[in-house]
Design a protein around this ligand. Structure first.
Ligand SMILES: [Zn+2]
Length: 84
């Protein structure tokens, strides 16, 4: 579980809803940033969702490494285009 939660964008919050979002956050552990591999530290990480249609993956990153975003561009680490 992420002790400080994570920053999720509005679309992620709308797609998951409060209960599912809580379940996702409860299933994630403070580990290393999935972008740079460095410890996430004590700040709130960014919650990134890769919606690849066949699977949906949640990961946490430094907010500087990857913005909190629901990504359904079919590219696993899609860039910031289309960000709301
Ligand atoms: Zn990072």
């Amino acid at each position: 579980m992420l002790p400080h939660g994570a920053v999720a964008d509005r679309r992620t919050q709308a797609k998951l809803g409060g209960e599912a979002l809580s379940a996702v956050l409860a299933a994630l552990w403070p580990d290393d940033c999935r972008s740079c591999g460095i410890s996430l530290g004590s700040g709130k990480p960014a919650l990134a969702i890769d919606d690849l249609h066949v699977l949906t993956r949640a990961s946490v990153h430094h907010r500087a490494c990857r913005a909190p975003r629901w990504n359904d561009s079919l590219t696993p680490c899609g860039d910031a285009r289309g960000m709301e």
